[in-house]
Design a protein around this ligand. Structure first.
Ligand SMILES: Cc1cc2nc3c(=O)[nH]c(=O)nc-3n(C[C@H](O)[C@H](O)[C@H](O)COP(=O)(O)O)c2cc1C
Length: 155
């Protein structure tokens, strides 16, 4: 865990939760490289969050100033290590961060369920709640990799 001193309460926090498909199987070293880069870059942009890799998919929670988070989303959209990025939840104007101490924290797949249930409790629309419930269901039946982000683009 990489602890940084981002303020727990910052004005206008923007939050994006997305999932994407890894374009190839990630080795521990490749995943560690992404986390290292994130931990180097994110603190100076005021971004915190967590990253999960499992079942051939990434799930990333990003929070920070709107422009910084959206600029990172643009960078991520051109990263060849993943594709079909689907935003599951976007929240704007939040007063507090959920993960103020994590510059970018790698979470083991077995912890995804807990995170998704946490997200579900805060889902603001039926559409988001539906997608998150679907992911939990797929996870419980060990089919997360079968999630087809293409089919969820309308969200
Ligand atoms: C799933 C995934 C998550 C990533 N998360 C971050 C992140 O939180 N912060 C970041 O700076 N780069 C992240 N990256 C890497 C960026 O796409 C990009 O390679 C990096 O920001 C370039 O940084 P550099 O200019 O310092 O080399 C991620 C890449 C992938 C595939």
């Amino acid at each position: 865990m990489n602890l940084v001193s981002a303020p727990a309460s910052t004005p206008a926090i923007h939050n994006v939760l997305y999932c994407s498909h890894a374009t190839s199987v990630m080795t521990d070293e490749e995943l560690a490289r992404i986390i290292r880069t994130s931990q180097q870059n994110n603190p100076r942009k005021g971004i915190t969050g967590l990253l999960v890799y499992g079942g051939g998919m990434f799930l990333q929670w990003l929070e920070g100033p709107r422009e910084a988070v959206e600029a990172l989303m643009s960078t991520l959209s051109t990263d060849p290590r993943h594709e079909t990025i689907v935003r599951l939840q976007v929240l704007d104007g939040l007063k507090e961060r959920l993960y103020p101490k994590w510059a970018m924290h790698s979470v083991a797949p077995r912890e995804i369920r807990e995170i998704l249930i946490d997200c579900l409790s805060r889902a603001r629309t039926d559409g988001h709640a539906h997608v998150i419930s679907l992911m939990i269901e797929l996870l419980e039946t060990d089919q997360l990799a079968a999630l087809k982000p293409q089919g969820l683009k309308s969200l």
